[in-house]
Design a protein around this ligand. Structure first.
Ligand code: SF4
Length: 464
């Protein structure tokens, strides 16, 4: 029987859907499937050495960088194993993955391609060096999904837990009701892979996955869809049924500002069905920058979304990319001032205030002449095109804010916000704002400090 090992290095503190879903597909092919989540489990050399196929799930930049030493180790320990990589960042980094010895790269809707690979491997003649390495495959096929098989993963209580307003904690599960996105935001890694399309996971599969996680102890579910309202009818049906089946289950979703405004009538229904918070990639409050990024919203839209969510008693968790080539020290101070004025400082994970724009391979940002002028060639160490800000004081502030957040990851959000504000306003030669204008708010938050869709610095994370 073919032995397949699925490996995750990092998934923002979630039990990885990206292992559980293909595990079900490969088991259906008759494979002996094992999962290794290196954010929670020690690297098991025996597993690496005994697998016929080792497939790495690469859903984000950080996970991809963290996979490099593990891929090298797999190849050294088990040179005859087939190595594959799949997930959003696999096709984006296909050339680099080839240099590490990865022979098969799958992006988009990868489950059927992984299943086809194990079928081909299983029928290859014994002792044959088998299939040649294949060109990267990005599939946007409409798959009929299987219920993810989570049996090979660490229990949910080992993953990030959610602290809610009353101070209690909730065991959190994670699922996906859709992948890809209808939109074409210029900086987004979903775009080069899905090209403005999204694909749904059938509602019955999503609900069966949620049922299984509730049976395993989940009290809260994170929907990891890039945008939950790409398909508002699909999304609404799922949360209605989720709430019927599990009335005390809470959940969170990610929805872009444009959809929060367009689907405002649905916001109360989200709250009524157990939605605790909505993450939204606001990215900037500068309309010029929002236009450059093709975000589809303005600063005024963002402020309206804040008001709409408050009116529906939904906590809005905005995320930002504050450091980019078009910002100044004053712009950064304006962002902090605005967060104080909108009483959002408790809503924001401090790492959000340190994020620097990533320019990965294939990014639409490289269509912009000013980005091309700033960005260097692709750097295989960082897996990005590195860029420097025209004003070195901005890069210095980013490095200092990042270091401050890295040193004080477990500090209270408000204290860290104050420290960042003092640093930034001092650099800009301005007095720091008083936080008195923003009364403290109890906001649900995960104990995984990076949970906010930020891309942590791999140097600040270690495999177990
Ligand atoms: S809406 Fe979100 S997921 Fe979709 S392209 Fe824009 S940033 Fe990416």
């Amino acid at each position: 029987m073919l032995r397949a090992l699925l490996v995750s290095t990092y998934d923002l503190g979630h039990q990885p859907f990206g292992l559980a879903s293909p595990a079900a597909w490969l088991a259906r092919e008759g494979c002996e499937v094992s999962c290794l989540d290196l954010s929670k489990q020690k690297l098991d050399e025996t597993q690496l050495a005994s697998a016929d196929l080792i497939a790495f799930h690469l859903p984000m930049h950080t996970a991809t960088r963290m996979a490099a030493p593990v891929i090298r180790k797999a190849q050294a320990l088990n040179p005859s194993a087939r190595l594959a990589a799949y997930g959003l960042y696999a096709p984006l980094n296909a050339d680099w993955l080839r240099t590490l010895g990865v022979q098969h790269v799958f992006g988009g809707e990868y489950e059927a391609d992984l299943a086809a690979l194990v079928r081909a491997l299983a029928t290859a003649p014994a002792g044959d060096p088998v299939l040649p390495a294949a060109p990267p495959a990005v599939s946007l096929a409409k798959l009929t999904f299987l219920t993810p098989d989570r049996s090979g993963l660490p229990p949910l209580d080992r993953y990030a837990t959610l602290r809610v307003a009353d101070g209690s904690t909730r065991i959190a599960g994670y699922t996906e009701a859709s992948r890809g996105c209808r939109h074409l935001c210029r900086h987004c890694p979903v775009v080069p892979v899905y090209g403005g399309q999204f694909r749904v996971v059938q509602a019955d599969v999503v609900l069966a996955d949620i049922d299984a996680q509730v049976a395993a102890g989940a009290q809260h579910i994170t929907f990891g869809d890039p945008d939950f309202f790409n398909g508002p009818t699909h999304a609404t049906r799922i949360v209605e049924r989720l709430h019927e089946r599990h009335p005390s289950l809470t959940y969170d979703v990610t929805i872009k500002v444009e959809h929060l405004l367009k689907q405002r009538a649905l916001l109360p229904r989200l709250r009524e069905t157990g939605c605790l918070f909505v993450t939204s990639a606001v990215e900037s409050i500068d309309d010029r920058v929002l236009a450059i990024l093709d975000k589809g919203h303005t600063r005024a839209d963002f402020e309206e979304a804040v008001a709409l969510c408050r009116a529906s008693e939904l906590t809005l968790v905005p995320t930002f990319v504050p450091f980019h080539p078009w910002m100044s020290l004053d712009d950064y101070c304006d962002l902090l001032d605005t967060l104080v004025r909108l009483a959002l400082i408790d809503h924001i994970a401090p790492i959000q205030l340190a994020i620097r724009l990533l320019v990965p391979s294939g990014s639409r940002l490289l269509e912009l002449p000013d980005v091309c002028a700033l960005a260097g060639v692709f750097d295989p160490t960082t897996l990005t095109h590195r860029w420097e800000h025209p004003d070195p004081r901005v890069d210095a502030l980013q490095a200092d804010v990042s270091s401050l957040v890295g040193r004080r990851l477990t500090s209270h959000r408000r204290e860290l916000f104050q420290a960042i504000a003092e640093l930034a306003f001092e650099r800009a030669g301005r007095p720091a704002p008083s936080l008195a204008a923003a009364p403290p708010r109890e906001v649900p938050q995960f104990d995984e400090p990076w949970y906010c869709c930020a891309e942590p610095n791999p140097e600040q994370l270690t495999l177990v």
